[in-house]
Design a protein around this ligand. Structure first.
Ligand code: LLP
Length: 402
């Protein structure tokens, strides 16, 4: 990718996120192509990056949407993702969200507990609708990833065990207001090992077969998201091998494969660009202070996540430092003990692999406006979200000052 960060900084100021839309296209096509032996739906997980232009770009490629709030469902609909390609997941759906999802007539509601299924049935009955249901099965598999982004163990809050799932499918089958259409599992994020995925898809495929034996025929097998990306030197799961493992588990079943990648599609398409304000040395410790902060990109502070850092156009002498933002918290850092050249005021720093769970997790902490987002496509840049102004930040409070 050849993005001129300096030109973008002059045009849009810093900090900013920039996304390479051509890279997004390639990632989407690679995954879609891997599943070509079957009918498939790549339901992009909006939570990774829900900028409307990003979703629209994926909509135009044919993607569906995996949503975890009615807000995300509305984003997907707004940019033209058809309702029949939209899935609504999440452990804690609110009544109003379930109602709206039914009214929008989306592909399926992914139910995560027996109590939720009762709720959906009741709401569907009130509306005189039939709710298409998928059930999230927790296969009790250790995905071998960061504990905060691991979801497929019984100790996690997600999904239901196999026996409960089976009972729920029977309930769906016996209800006039529920229609069982899908099955779902997702064991975690930033996965770099194929074996846990293989095991979990096998478990849900077996359940699909058991259900078929009692005349409950599902149409969609949703294998979740979670494909890892390179932040540092990770060895990745080969996309083709991933698809093969999934397709093999489905042998003999007439079912559409669904997957819900987020990070894989957008993670390495995005870069967070920030500018050096100052350098200082406290005792032995060198700090490079930039205009971006933890409120803009929280992954290093929250998960101790690694993001590759590059000081642009600078060949000065190298030494160890901490790269930090201006927020008054010691947790406000992008990297600790990294080797960077001696920086000058206004040097640009690119923080890579920031396209997923970057901007979407940003906040106004310290009354800092959320940064600008830029798309680059076919060598051309365009603004896809304005930098927030002070007025934007106070807009919902101002009228209440007494
Ligand atoms: N499907 C379900 C049910 C999920 O829970 C998730 C992510 C995905 C799909 C998409 O996963 P992906 O393909 O992006 O790995 N904020 C954390 C990641 C949280 C992931 C939550 N669930 C981070 O910054 O690493």
């Amino acid at each position: 990718m050849s993005i001129n960060y300096k030109e973008l900084a002059q045009k849009y100021q810093t900090p900013y996120y920039v996304y390479d839309f051509d890279y997004i296209t390639n990632q989407y096509n690679e995954l879609k192509e891997s599943f070509k032996a079957r009918k498939s739906l790549i339901a992009y997980a909006l939570k990774a990056n829900s900028n409307l232009s990003v979703i629209k770009h994926l909509a135009q490629l044919g993607a569906g949407a995996d949503c975890v709030s009615i807000g995300e469902v509305k984003r997907a609909l707004k940019v033209g993702i058809p309702p029949y390609k939209i899935i609504f997941s999440g452990v804690g759906k609110i009544d109003g969200e379930i109602q709206e999802a039914l009214e929008f007539d989306i592909l399926m509601i992914n139910v995560e507990s027996a109590a939720e299924l009762n709720r959906v049935e009741k709401i569907a009955k009130e509306l005189g609708k039939v709710a298409r249901i998928s059930i999230r099965v927790n296969p009790n598999i250790d995905p071998k990833t960061h504990p905060y982004i691991s979801t497929g163990l019984h100790e996690n809050k997600f999904g239901v065990d196999i026996d409960t799932a089976k009972r729920m499918y029977i309930q769906c089958n016996n209800s006039e207001f529920l229609e069982p259409v899908g099955i779902h599992c997702h064991i975690g994020s930033q996965l770099t090992q194929l074996q846990p995925i293989k095991e979990s898809v096998q478990i849900i495929a077996d359940l699909v077969r058991n259900l078929k034996a009692i005349k409950i025929e599902l149409s969609f097998m949703d294998v979740g998201g979670g494909l890892g990306i390179i932040y540092d030197d990770e060895k990745l799961i080969d996309t083709y091998e991933y698809a093969q493992a999934v397709l093999e588990s489905m042998f003999g079943l007439d079912i559409t494969v669904v997957c819900e990648p987020g990070r894989f599609i957008v993670g390495n398409a995005g870069t967070f660009v920030t500018k050096v304000l100052y350098e200082k040395v406290n005792g032995e410790k060198r700090f490079v202070i930039v205009d971006g902060a933890m409120n803009d990109l929280i992954r290093p502070s929250l998960y101790n996540a690694y993001h590759k850092v590059e000081v642009l156009n600078n060949n000065n002498e190298l030494s160890k430092c901490n790269l930090v933002g201006p927020i008054c918290e010691s947790g406000d850092f992008f990297a600790k003990d990294i080797t960077l050249p001696k920086t000058e005021h206004n040097d640009l720093i690119a923080i890579h692999s920031a396209g997923a769970y970057g901007f979407v997790m940003s906040s106004n902490y310290n009354t800092r406006g959320r940064v600008a987002e830029i798309a680059v496509e076919n060598g051309k840049d365009r603004l896809i979200r304005k930098r927030e102004s002070f007025e934007d930040i106070i807009a919902l409070e101002e009228e209440f000052i007494k």
